[in-house]
Structures are given as C-alpha cells and as structure tokens.
Design a binder for this molecule. Sequence first.
Ligand code: DGY
Length: 330
Amino acid sequence: MNQRPAILIARAVFPDVVARLREHFEVETNDEDAPFTPAQLIERLQGKVGVLTTGSERIDAALLAACPQLKVVCNIAVGYNNFDVPAMTAAGVLATNTPDVLTETTADFGFALLMATARRITESEHFLRAGQWNRWALDMFAGAEVHGSTLGILGMGRIGQAIARRGAHGFGMNVIYHNRSRLDAESEAACRARYVSKVELLQQADHLVLVLPYSTESHHAIGAAELAQMKPTATLVNIARGGIVDDAALAVALREKRLAAAGLDVFEGEPCVHPDLLDVPNVVLTPHIASATLKTRRAMADLAADNLIAYLGRGEALTPLNAGLPNPRC
Ligand code: DGY
C-alpha cells in the first residue's frame, strides 16, 4: 500500500524538480500547463497535503475549506497576492514564497525595461521592421536621458534597492524613493537613495519604477490623479503587479502625451491586456517576464520544492510567510 503523502504541482516545472519531489511524495503534475479553474484546482487537491503554485492559482478560504487535507502551499514567486494569507493562517495552512533568489535578475529586467522605454527601443524597432526607415533625422526617436536623471522608486524592498543601486552606481542617477517605511541610514547610503513623500516622488521623477506588492491598499496606486502629477516628459515602469496601475487611465495619459512613455511587464487581468494599451505606440509591453532567466526560474522552482520537502518532512519551511501557525493542520 502506498503510504507516501500526495502533492500537486499546479503548473509545469522543470523535470528534475519533479523527479526530486517524486523521491518524497506521490506527485500529480499538470503537463499541459493550462491554468486550472478554481473548481478544477479544488478537485485536483483532494487528498493532497501540499501544492506548488504560481501566481495563477488563487488560495482562499473557500478553497481551504474544500481541501481539508492541504497543509502547505508553496508559491513559485516572490509575490503572493494570489494567497489570502490570513485565511491560510486561520486554516492552519503554511504559505511560502521565493524571496532573494530573483532579486538581481528582476532588477536587471526593471532596468532593461526602463532603458527600452526611455530610449524608445521597441517603438523604433517596429518602425524599422515596417520598412518605414528611409532616411536618418536628427530628432528621429529622440528619447529621454537616463544617466544623470532622477530615478524614482515606489516600493523599496529588496528589488527596489537593487534597482536603486543600478541607477546610482551604474548610471549616476539621483535616486529618490517612497515606501511604507523608510529604510535605515545604512541601507539608504548603500543605494544612495533619498526618502521623499509620494507626491514629491511623482513630481520629481524622470523615470518612475513601481516595485511595491499588490494589495487592496496599493490597488490603483497610480491612477489618473497620480499620472497628472508626473512630468509630461517622465516614463513609468511597472514590474510589480497588475492592478497597481489603472491601465485605462495610463493609456489615456500616454495617448494624450501627458506622460512620455511607459514600460509594463504586468497588467490588470493578465494575460489579457487593456486594448487601449495595445493601440498606443509609446508603451513597451512584455508578458510578465521580469524574473525569467533560466537560472533564476530554476532557483525559484527549487526553493519552492525545498520549502515543500522541508515543511512536510520536518515541520519547518525555509521561507515561510506565516511561520508559527497557531493551529497547523496535522
Ligand atoms: C514573482 O516572483 O512574484 C514574479 O512576478 C513571478 O510571478
């Protein structure tokens, strides 16, 4: 008789990670990699004690009630807005995420998106591919300066600080930031960043990068009113989560040139993208790939698997979000 605990891997992951998990558990995979509906996820989780999730799987009170054997949910992501953590804590289910392993890779991408946006790289490439380049002109695709300009960062966690370091040390930028709590003096000095109010950030940034977590408080943190406070020459980059920016309001501001350009890796309701954003030329759009290097995605999957093995094996995860559960499911 099979005594090993059963787990689900909700989306396709690297075969060696699956093989490693099979050494410990009965593993059900989703080789088609089609995201489950909430009802399908509940069905697949029957009899499972653990699950590896991505941002596409919502873990809430209804799911937890319908899956009484579930003990641990390990997100292959640092963001965890797909988790209702208080509901998980109340149900005695451990939640984990994948911090640190993606910090530098995600910061690299944030900077790449900033550069592409400010220097109009994709817009000019589309022009070239369309056969429209028939002469050179002095002001052709003239964009915004990056070096020496003011870099604003909203959300100054690990990734925000890594972007700040790139801006300050690599590009000689004047870095300002706003965050729920101010960094200590040593951390501010390491990334040469100055704390300002949100209004000052909006008004002073030449390039504003969003790196804050999504929550009901940060929903539409950048809407029509905030966009109106930004410089018309400014660029906006969102590598955080869809829903932090009001995409409809942003499309209007971009079309009316009240904002020079935007770079977006995340969208409200992704993978759907607001149709108005697809129609404006001054926006760079990428499909939620900020952490997507093979090395980093492997490290994220490995850490999620390690969390699952550690919690189900010895009751302690490596990167828990709700450690010290008062009533863990046993
Ligand atoms: C993360 O790790 O949160 C990335 O956005 C991938 O979901």
